[in-house]
Design a protein around this ligand. Structure first.
Ligand code: HEM
Ligand code: HEM
Length: 237
């Protein structure tokens, strides 16, 4: 599904998205490793287990999922079957890393004696990754194996794109709530509201918003902008 009427090509938005993805990945690592003490699956310091959560959700889930969405526009000359296979594999890897990131949040809560699933962030998070799984299964069955009849595929594609982007935006909103929630916890525990860590976390969340916006425009904009039919830059007569 494309909106040729936008009059812009997808390519520049994919470049912007790649750059913003790299920036977001660096920022979340600087935060979790540089400010929060590092990452660990097993440690006496349970906060290190928590730190895996934002890193996996952002780099593993959001960035890989975004690259999966952009594959058709980032490499418009790629053979369509190869693009489709890459799209479905990247989405699958993203979902697995996202599920592992959520497991880390639960592990941290359980080992630190904190209740589970009490926040809007956690509810939206469970909802978002579940819908993502449903979207993947529907996509797989319709467009890959066994694959629906051509007419059904044609009818299903705009819904696949619409629902895919809806779920993607839900994932982004969940991450934004996660940054807000964690920073609020830290500020309540004494982190300076105008200090460098607070700016770093808020800035990371802003970069994620700009990143997500670029991905959505790249998905909606066409790979090529065609001249409107019948339009000739220089009149023939
Ligand atoms: C889209 C990506 C994300 C999803 C799907 C997600 C999902 C979840 C889930 C399901 C929990 C509940 C764990 C439990 O109850 O034991 C949780 C906890 C938490 N997450 Fe995330 N998360 C995401 C990204 C983030 C990010 C980027 C941060 C930033 C720091 C974050 C911060 C937190 C915090 C502070 C908790 C513990 C408090 C709570 O349960 O709300 N999350 N997350
Ligand atoms: C949670 C997983 C998935 C999400 C969020 C998702 C999302 C999207 C989005 C947003 C687009 C539009 C991209 C664009 O027009 O530039 C798209 C296109 C597409 N997706 Fe998925 N998708 C998922 C899984 C799958 C799976 C498993 C398949 C199976 C092969 C699949 C097959 C396709 C196809 C064939 C297109 C159309 C490409 C074209 O326009 O030629 N998707 N998907």
């Amino acid at each position: 599904m494309t909106a040729a009427g936008l009059g812009v090509k997808a390519a520049p938005f994919t470049y912007a998205a790649h750059a913003l993805a790299a920036a977001a990945a660096v920022l979340v690592l600087v935060w979790c490793v540089g400010f929060r003490g590092g990452l660990a699956l097993e440690d006496q310091n349970k906060n290190l287990i928590f730190n895996l959560h934002p890193v996996l959700m952002l780099i593993g889930y959001i960035i890989l999922g975004s690259e999966a969405i952009m594959i058709y526009k980032a490499f418009p000359k790629l053979n369509h079957d190869t693009a489709k296979l890459t799209h479905l594999i990247l989405h699958a890897v993203a979902t697995v890393l996202g599920a592992f990131g959520i497991y880390c949040a639960f592990k941290y809560h359980n080992e630190a004696g904190i209740a589970n699933l009490y926040s809007l962030h956690s509810w939206l998070g469970i909802g978002a990754i579940s819908l993502y799984g449903v979207q993947w299964v529907f996509g797989f069955v319709t467009f890959f194996f066994p694959g629906a009849a051509p007419g059904v595929r044609r009818g299903a594609l705009p819904w696949h794109v619409l629902f895919g982007l809806f779920v993607y935006v839900l994932v982004l909103a969940t991450a934004e709530l996660g940054f807000l929630e964690k920073l609020t916890f830290l500020e309540n525990a004494g982190v300076d509201k105008y200090g460098s860590e607070a700016f770093l976390v808020n800035f990371t969340a802003l970069v994620v918003v700009l990143f997500g916006a670029s991905v959505v425009v790249a998905a909606i904009a066409p790979a090529h902008v065609e001249e409107p039919q019948g339009y000739a830059p220089i009149p023939i007569n």
